[in-house]
Design a protein around this ligand. Structure first.
Ligand code: 0O2
Length: 267
């Protein structure tokens, strides 16, 4: 296939990945803004490289003119979650969306592959608007925990190094580490409430601190510089106390002061 043709074929996939990344990043932000626990820790996306498409087409005996129908992961999104329960919550979120149609699901978390691979796969159909016309493509969403992702990344590198023929002893040890990851995921789930509460607190503190700093900056630019410097010093003092309720109280006071100058943070 000519290089220009590859570019044309891959362009809608690239657009789809860009759009899906924006959408899932927005989901993360919506949870954060609502001061809610977000089940998605990290959002990643990629278009398969031409080399990887060719390798997979060879391995799965997919004719090059059937790539778009038969290779479902040319566009791939990976959603990485803190806990196993979150993976299922994220799958539910996706099922409720109307902008992506689910074609199939494979639960390799409940039913790990022989290699030890665990992830929740969703094949979707997604429509992008190209310059010429709307185009519907297949994409794959992989949902997994941080632990699963760590294992998959390492195993994937070894598969690459040994071109799919990982020595038996190494495979055995990899399966052993996969079992370890299952135990770690279970243990983390058992202290999930504690970790979720800590994450929400941290999220809230980040938001309040950034609001405070923007307001002080606005005060500095739009109103009284002396007042801004005084509030900044006060902020540093309170921040060092590591007391979220004191910080919230200070943010409210600062807002009232800034309101007088119409210098509140808009974030
Ligand atoms: P790359 O480089 O990640 O793109 P599915 O039909 O999707 O439910 P199935 O039938 O296993 O699952 O499909 P496929 O095409 O074999 O695997 C899809 C993708 O899942 C792979 O893409 C990997 O990303 C991941 N995957 C599946 N099995 C394994 C595994 O044993 N180890 C690791 N590390 N990843 C796996 P690619 O094209 O192989 O790789």
């Amino acid at each position: 296939m000519e290089i220009q043709l590859w570019r044309e074929i891959l362009e809608p996939y690239s657009l789809a990945v860009d759009e899906l990344l924006i959408k899932f990043n927005h989901v993360q932000r919506a949870f954060q803004k609502a001061n809610d626990y977000c089940p998605i820790e990290l959002v990643q996306g990629r278009v398969k490289t031409i080399a990887s498409i060719l390798e997979k087409a060879g391995r799965k005996q997919i004719p090059l003119d059937k790539l778009e129908e038969q290779m479902g992961d040319i566009a791939g999104i990976r959603l990485i979650c803190p806990f196993v329960e979150d993976c299922y919550a994220v799958a539910d979120l996706i099922r409720k969306r109307t902008d992506m149609e689910i074609v199939s699901e494979d639960d390799y978390i409940a039913n790990p592959k022989e290699s030890g691979y665990r992830s929740f796969h969703m094949q979707i159909r997604y429509t992008v608007q190209t310059l010429q016309m709307p185009k519907t493509i297949y994409a794959e969403i992989q949902i997994r925990t941080l632990g699963m992702n760590c294992w998959c990344t390492i195993e994937h590198s070894l598969q690459y190094k040994y071109r799919g023929n990982v020595p038996e002893e190494l495979s055995r040890r990899l399966q052993h580490t996969a079992d370890g990851m299952i135990a770690t995921d279970k243990e983390l789930s058992s202290i999930r409430d504690e970790i979720q509460a800590a994450k929400i607190m941290q999220q809230e503190e980040d938001r309040i601190v950034s609001d405070i700093l923007v307001t002080i900056q606005n005060l500095y630019k739009l109103a009284s510089r002396r007042e801004a410097v005084r509030m900044q010093e006060e902020f540093f003092r309170i921040y060092q106390e590591q007391d979220l309720s004191r910080l919230k109280h200070f943010a409210t006071e600062l807002d009232i002061l800034a309101e007088g100058y119409r210098a509140q943070s808009l974030y």
